[in-house]
Write a protein that binds this ligand. Structure first.
Ligand code: NDP
Length: 281
């Protein structure tokens, strides 16, 4: 049976380390503040925003929230972002996605100052990551690197396969693994021979958005398997993109869902807020 990679324990370690850093910064007179914007009242978004605010409280970061009605126009949202961009008391700006259909997400993301882009979605942040410059990194893939490192899984020189090429998970994940000197293959819906490619992986990161698609037949004996997917099954229980019962019999290490990658995303958001405060000092 594979060893569990415990995202709950590791994310708590990270938040506790950040709590100390934040307390030390406070002593130097540096307060950190995250602005969280939600447009409309999508239930899942409300839960995510609530969890982010709770994490801020735990770590000692101040948060201000803007809960805007569904009918908010793109211009109104942009003008709020402009105000927050020029407010020196605000270190990070987070716009909860998805936005209502009448608002263009790319336009909104581009408007956030790259200095306050704690989600790491701004084209400048993405560019910095790809050319190896310091900048904000998308929280979920950044969290996966921490999970691997803190579970003593060596990345350098390893064969890593990422399934999924989204802008928020798959692509930044591949860039981060490359930065850690892995040999990286990115697979997607048009990939031929997916199974054979996955079977080569020492580290397999699965971000497909298809419940339990990856079973043991895709996994090399002893591999580390990271499951990014989150779904509710027919019994309303959470599950991932990986068939845990099947894969845990062949993998060496595996993340569970829930309690694997999920908690890391918020921990890394907190980390980005602290970085934002330090970078802008
Ligand atoms: P997207 O839907 O944006 O991307 C899915 C990717 O999977 C695409 O690149 C797609 O390929 C690829 N894909 C789809 N079907 C197949 C297939 N049959 N074989 C191979 N590749 C396939 O998803 P996200 O990256 O945003 O999210 C992935 C999962 O992770 C979701 O379940 C999401 O809920 C979860 N998630 C979890 C987070 C967390 O904090 N734990 C954070 C973010 C996401 P193509 O590009 O060709 O269409």
């Amino acid at each position: 049976m594979a060893d569990l990679i415990d995202g709950k324990v590791i994310s708590k370690q990270i938040k506790d380390e950040l709590k100390e850093k934040v307390a030390a910064l406070k002593k130097e007179g540096i307060e950190i503040c995250l602005a969280v914007i939600q447009v409309g009242n999508d239930t899942a978004s409300t839960v995510y925003v609530g969890n982010k605010k709770k994490a801020c409280e735990y770590v000692g970061i101040n948060s201000v929230s803007y809960e805007l009605p569904e009918e908010t126009t793109e211009e109104e949202l942009i003008s709020l972002i402009d105000r927050l961009n020029s407010d020196s008391a605000i270190n990070g700006i987070l716009v909860q996605l998805p936005l209502p259909k009448h608002i263009d997400e790319d336009t909104v993301i581009k408007r956030i100052s790259p200095d306050k882009d704690v989600d790491g979605f701004h084209p400048e942040s993405v560019g910095r990551l790809s050319i190896g410059q310091r900048g904000f990194v998308s929280c979920t893939p950044a969290g996966i690197i921490e999970l691997l490192k803190r579970s003593d899984i060596e990345i350098e020189g390893k064969e890593c396969v990422v399934i999924g090429r989204s802008n928020i998970v798959g692509k930044p994940m591949a860039m981060l693994l490359l930065r850690e000197n892995a040999t990286v293959t990115v697979c997607h819906s048009r990939t031929k021979n997916l199974k054979e490619i996955c079977k080569r992986a020492d580290i397999l990161v699965v971000a497909i958005g298809k419940p339990k698609m990856i079973d043991a037949s895709y996994v090399k004996e002893g591999a580390a398997v990271i499951d990014v997917g989150i779904h509710r099954n027919e019994n309303n229980k959470l599950c991932g993109d990986v068939d845990f019962d099947s894969v845990s019999k062949v993998a060496g290490k595996i993340t569970p869902v829930p309690g694997g990658v999920g908690p890391m995303t918020i921990a890394m958001l907190m980390n980005n807020c602290v970085e934002a405060a330090i970078m802008n000092e």
